[in-house]
Design a protein around this ligand. Structure first.
Ligand SMILES: [Zn+2]
Length: 187
């Protein structure tokens, strides 16, 4: 006797808690009714041959241990799939965060370079209004330990603010006859 698993003495099938997610493009089919299955529960017949079935056919079993075990497995499987999907989403967000953070850092570097160039070339202690605003924006830093979704929005918003600030400051500098060299042009 196998201590793990339940046998249905009417059908001769055994269930040992084997189940899996066959994925959204699954080709697995229910051995009883032929329905295509995303969530597969594998029973075995007396010869040990696997018999994949789906939730579609749980109720073919009497109200006994096999049916209870199948429904319990379904709960576990759905929870596991939900967790995996959330993890995948989290990973995708983290990847986007690193791209946005890199764009923000590049814009910030450019902003600081532009301010420095202005100060060195005008020998002025004072910044023009657009450059002053740009410096304030460039001094901002994200708060550490925020959720990825929050960081993503932060980097996107402030990266755009920096790029906008740079173009405005450069426009202002051109009008004042203090245009910086071409190397400051944004792509
Ligand atoms: Zn079925």
């Amino acid at each position: 006797m196998n201590p793990i698993g339940h046998t249905d003495y009417v059908s001769g099938l055994v269930y040992r808690g084997q189940y899996y997610d066959a994925g959204k493009d699954s080709a697995a089919k229910c051995s009883f009714c032929g329905q295509v299955l995303r969530f597969v529960f594998v029973l075995k017949d007396m010869a040990g041959k696997p018999m994949p079935i789906g939730t579609c056919c749980f109720d073919r079993f009497d109200d006994g241990p096999i049916r209870a075990e199948l429904y319990a497995s379904q709960v576990l499987l759905k929870a596991a799939v939900g967790r995996a999907e959330r993890d995948a989403k989290e990973q995708a967000t983290l990847c986007d965060v690193s791209i946005r953070a890199a764009q923000w850092r590049a814009a910030r570097k450019k902003a600081k370079k532009l301010i420095k160039w202005y100060q060195e070339n005008t020998k002025s202690k004072w910044l023009t209004r657009p450059l002053f605003d740009l410096r304030q924006e460039a001094d901002r830093k994200p708060e550490p330990g925020k959720k990825p979704q929050f960081s993503l929005r932060w980097y996107a918003k402030h990266g755009i603010a920096l790029e906008t600030g740079i173009s405005q400051a450069m426009g202002h500098m051109s009008l004042a006859g203090q245009a910086p060299p071409d190397s400051f042009r944004l792509p």
